[in-house]
Write a protein that binds this ligand. Structure first.
Ligand SMILES: [Zn+2]
Length: 274
């Protein structure tokens, strides 16, 4: 599933491909991914120029010369491609923007959970979708303000997009591992030092993942991600690495917290006892 690091990687590609280009046609191959009526999208897009790109959590924004925004959400399997001729169009392209330089930019989505819509501003979209600040922008103080009084376990809170936008399941596990915090620890038991560690871990995990364009086999050996099972079976790459990267003797534990598969090191992240 495209998480914040993948979406940031797509945004950078879209920035390169689209900024300063004008859109000459809007081609819809499968209207399932449209969350704004097709004709309304076509009217806003055709003839306009993309002036900038930005991102909030897992949402990517294309700013148009008309002042409107095109919002892309990549769902479970969304991706971006570029091509020049119909016969090179990537499989599962649902929508394509045709540019004045003859390039075409594809919104690819095999499972069709992605969505494309218009918004009037990032602020309006953020309010409508009840999104918190982007996870890369949130400060240690904001984390403490938003979480420090909450009695619930820290992991499900970090997954709530209204607290920080863009933290998905494996990212939160990695953040809590790097910050040495047990995922079921009540948020209101965390100290100011814990929130500092949490902030540092969010920055470390997201910037590392973005630097490696979300290809996790390139992540540092000190990351928990190498001990995760994907799709409930160990991949050949990870099958031999199910021990803690810090404590070779400790076996990573898999549990469920708030219904989500959760990986922890029993030595790095001891259970919290009041
Ligand atoms: Zn450990």
């Amino acid at each position: 599933m495209p998480e914040l690091p993948e979406v940031e990687t797509y945004r950078r590609l879209l920035e390169e491909l689209l900024v300063s280009q004008s859109i000459v046609a809007f081609e819809v191959l499968d209207a399932h991914v449209l969350a704004t009526p097709e004709e309304e999208l076509r009217q806003a897009l055709v003839g306009s120029t993309v002036t900038d790109t930005s991102r909030l959590g897992k949402n990517c924004f294309l700013e148009l010369s008309t002042g409107q925004l095109l919002v892309l959400h990549f769902g479970m399997t969304g991706d971006i491609g570029a091509y020049r001729h119909d016969h090179d169009r990537p499989r599962f392209t649902r929508v394509a923007l045709h540019l004045n330089n003859d390039l075409r930019v594809a919104f690819i989505d095999p499972r069709k959970f992605g969505r494309i819509r218009l918004a009037s501003s990032i602020q309006a979209f953020q309010t409508e979708k009840k999104l918190g600040p982007d996870a890369l922008d949130i400060t240690a103080e904001e984390l403490q303000q938003r979480l420090g009084m909450r009695k619930q376990a820290i992991k499900p809170l970090l997954l709530q997009q209204n607290i920080a936008a863009g933290l998905g399941n494996w990212i939160v596990d990695e953040v809590l591992f790097q910050a040495r915090i047990h995922p079921e620890r009540p948020a209101n038991s965390l100290s100011i030092e814990h929130f500092g560690a949490l902030y540092n871990a969010v920055q470390l995990v997201l910037t590392t993942a973005i630097r490696h364009e979300a290809v996790y086999r390139y992540f540092p050996a000190s990351f928990l991600i190498h001990a995760r099972e994907w799709d409930n079976s160990p991949t050949p790459e990870t099958a031999n690495h199910l021990n803690c990267p810090i404590h070779k003797e400790a076996v990573i534990e898999k549990t469920y917290v708030g219904g989500r598969a959760t990986y922890t090191c029993p030595l790095c992240q001891p259970r919290y006892n009041q």
